[in-house]
Ligand binder design. Structure first.
Ligand SMILES: Nc1ncnc2c1ncn2[C@@H]1O[C@H](COP(=O)(O)OP(=O)(O)OP(=O)(O)O)[C@@H](O)[C@H]1O
Length: 447
């Protein structure tokens, strides 16, 4: 009786709060309390509804998906398909904790039965989405013996983009929003190299625009390699310390960057430090971010000896930069439609050096597999399920093999180009590169 009284009272309070919202909201706003920053609607209406649905269907969901197990009279766990003659099997439902609301959904812990692993729960995530009529269910196991079920009722990536803001640190850029409604910060200090893949029109260039827009004001040297004649990265030429528009130029730029990395190695050795970040702040060289649009162009050959040698050399230089650059302030962001082993063995070696992965919608399962398969195998299916209408949506790796869906801020290329132009005076010269291969906005190659 007291429990039902509590439920009725709570319901009455919620109803009253919703009906009088127009009255109390401005009053609170006048006192500096912005109620819109809190997801009241979700907490008051959505959360109880989803939590109730979970509680109501939990037993059936577990039974149908093989999460309930039966114990023999001797307390031995018996597989769900095994029938013990003469003894009726009573499936025991795993114990679900109290669903705890978050800003964008809810989380609930479930105790595993002895002998169970999280695998069947991972496999059942899709069934749970349908049973609870929610957008996404994620299953993880941060604690042994438990699974953590995170429920996201609606797609937060559909909401408007977060305003651009400085990320924490020189190389951290807010490029979008992740699905738990947090900012998506691409931090090159934390994860030095990134691979960005996706079919045509999936949002790769827009992500690069967001990155350029965010980095343009910082103390960073941007280098562009765009073998599609510079049509994409050429827009940012005023803020690029070098721009290569074909493979021959790319080889020169990459070769000079390898030299730069060697110089920085000598600098670190002389100062007895392991990375440029351990040098005194005033001695730290400017970080270099190398943006490559359409990575496959660097590896494709027409079969001639010269072409094969060029592709081979490009592969070697990129690999060297990836291996040595992280500690020496040289970062790679490589974008392309596909990055498959058909481009050569060096591509697979390079991929293993690129810790950060962003997989937009892909044409084929092989691309998603190549981007995510080695770091987050369970994210491959999610990347493949991104639809054509979800522009800019991608699966992004975070730390420790974790991943999330995210959407980049739709920064138009012209905005990023304007920002690059505004900050052109910040473009640092790079020793050995500027003279040879810097291409200015008009397409002219300097001396
Ligand atoms: N985050 C986003 N939100 C809304 N629209 C987006 C987003 N990202 C990209 N788009 C839109 O999707 C379209 C394609 O984007 P973009 O040019 O970045 O794709 P792409 O993968 O680089 O394509 P391509 O390989 O053909 O160059 C553009 O019209 C762009 O405005």
């Amino acid at each position: 009786m007291p429990a039902s009284l509590l439920v009725w009272s709570l319901t009455a309070v919620i109803l009253l709060a919703v009906l009088t919202q127009r009255w109390w909201e401005p009053k609170l706003a006048a006192r500096g309390v912005n109620v819109h920053v809190y997801p009241w609607r979700w907490w008051l209406i959505g959360y109880p509804r989803v939590a109730f649905r979970m509680w109501w269907t939990w037993r059936r969901v577990c039974h149908i998906n093989g999460l309930s197990v039966s114990f023999s009279p001797t307390q031995r766990v018996i597989g769900r398909n095994l029938v013990v003659q003469g003894t009726p099997l009573k499936p025991k439902t795993p114990l679900m904790g109290l669903p705890m609301p978050t800003r964008t959904g809810l989380r609930v812990r479930v105790r595993l039965h002895p002998g169970q692993t999280p695998a069947p729960y991972l496999a059942a995530a899709h069934a749970m989405e349908h049973a609870w009529e929610v957008h996404t269910v994620r299953v993880s196991s941060p604690v042994r013996g438990e699974v953590l079920i995170s429920v996201i009722p609606m797609d937060p990536l559909g909401r408007e983009a977060l305003p651009p803001a400085e990320g924490p640190g020189t190389l951290a850029v807010l490029v979008g929003r992740v699905e738990d409604d947090a900012p998506w910060v691409l931090d090159l200090r934390h994860t030095p190299h990134w691979l960005v893949t996706g079919a045509t029109q999936s949002g790769k260039s827009t992500l690069l625009s967001a990155l350029v827009h965010g980095l343009a004001r910082r103390r960073v040297a941007l280098v562009g390699i765009d073998c599609k004649g510079g049509v994409e990265l050429g827009l940012y030429a005023p803020r690029l310390s070098a721009l290569a528009t074909d493979r021959t130029e790319a080889i020169r730029v990459l070769g000079s960057l390898v030299e730069l990395v060697r110089d920085r190695m000598r600098l670190c050795r002389a100062a007895s430090v392991r990375s440029v970040w351990d040098l005194r702040v005033e001695d730290q060289p400017v970080p270099v971010v190398v943006l490559v649009d359409e990575i496959a162009e660097l590896y494709l050959t027409d079969g001639t000896k010269k072409d094969r040698e060029e592709a081979e050399l490009c592969g070697t230089l990129l690999l060297r930069l990836a291996q040595l650059g992280a500690a020496l302030g040289v970062h790679l962001v490589l974008a392309g439609q596909r990055v498959g082993s058909d481009l050569g063995p060096k591509v697979t070696a390079l991929r293993s050096q690129l810790g950060g992965r962003v997989a937009h919608r892909s044409h084929d399962s092989a691309s998603a597999e190549m981007t995510l398969g080695d770091v987050s195998p369970d994210a491959v299916v999610v990347a493949q399920s991104i639809s054509e209408h979800e522009k800019g949506v991608a699966v992004v790796t975070t730390t420790g093999g974790q991943w999330m869906r995210a959407r980049s801020n739709p920064v138009p290329a012209k905005d990023a180009a304007a920002e690059a132009e505004r900050n052109s005076s910040l473009t640092p010269p790079l020793p050995g590169i500027e003279r040879k291969t810097r291409v200015m906005a008009g397409g002219e190659t300097a001396g």
